[in-house]
Write a protein that binds this ligand. Structure first.
Ligand SMILES: C[S@@+](CC[C@H](N)C(=O)[O-])C[C@H]1O[C@@H](n2cnc3c(N)ncnc32)[C@H](O)[C@@H]1O
Length: 199
């Protein structure tokens, strides 16, 4: 489900765009009280969140394992006349650090025995910075299995919370309705939102 070639094929199968191009409402809500600085959007897809952050004063890096998605983000950023740094790479091995905000919405990051994604998430956030990690909720396991993936294979907000060291503060961890409702044709009505601050 998760290699670069597999994700590229998914994006190629949706040549007019896989997503709406609109910012995720939870990102807009959860960053309202933050002072813009360096931001990293993990699993940025076609770049709508990264572009929104850049418009709101953040110095943004958008990272996705799919080069097709990242190229779409770059095209959209040029059209919007904003600067975003784009990286096509596997987040788990990208070796990033020093961000005031690390945001990931529905990022489809897979567990590995070495817990590489969890280590990479913690390392990416600068001291005093914020991690915003948002997934779908509640996850309907049978629906997921019928659509070819097992939610247990993926790093979910609850997994990130359980991995946070003691010097992190959990500011938000809850399920709530997704702003704007479920995207057309999907059953994703709610988000699981984790926002935590590194000490
Ligand atoms: C469901 S999409 C969400 C895209 C975007 N965040 C949004 O809200 O529209 C999941 C994204 O995660 C990316 N992804 C999956 N595994 C990844 C990995 N190991 N490193 C970076 N990105 C990954 C996929 O290519 C895909 O674009």
């Amino acid at each position: 489900m998760g290699t670069d070639a597999e994700w590229d094929a998914r994006y190629d199968a949706a040549p007019d765009g896989m997503f709406s191009g609109n910012v995720n409402g939870t990102l807009a809500a959860e960053t309202a009280g933050l002072t813009p600085g360096r931001a990293l959007d993990v699993g940025c897809g076609e770049g709508a969140d990264a572009i929104w952050l850049a418009r709101h004063g953040w110095d943004v890096t958008g990272l996705d394992v799919s080069a097709v998605a990242v190229e779409r983000g770059a095209v959209a950023a040029r059209a919007a006349d904003v600067d975003v740094r784009w990286i096509a790479a596997d987040f788990a091995t990208a070796g990033l650090d020093g961000f005031d905000l690390v945001t990931a919405h529905y990022p489809a990051l897979e567990h590995t025995p070495d817990r590489a994604v969890l280590h990479a998430l913690l390392a990416a956030v600068a001291p005093g910075g914020t991690l915003l990690y948002v997934g779908h909720a509640p996850l309907d396991r049978e629906f997921s299995l019928a659509h070819g993936f097992d939610p247990d294979d993926y790093v979910l907000p609850k997994d990130v919370r359980a991995f946070l060291p003691e010097d992190w503060t959990v500011e938000v961890h809850e399920e709530r309705p997704r702003p704007g409702g479920a995207p057309h044709g999907s059953s994703f009505t709610h988000d699981e939102v984790l926002r935590a601050r590194r000490g």
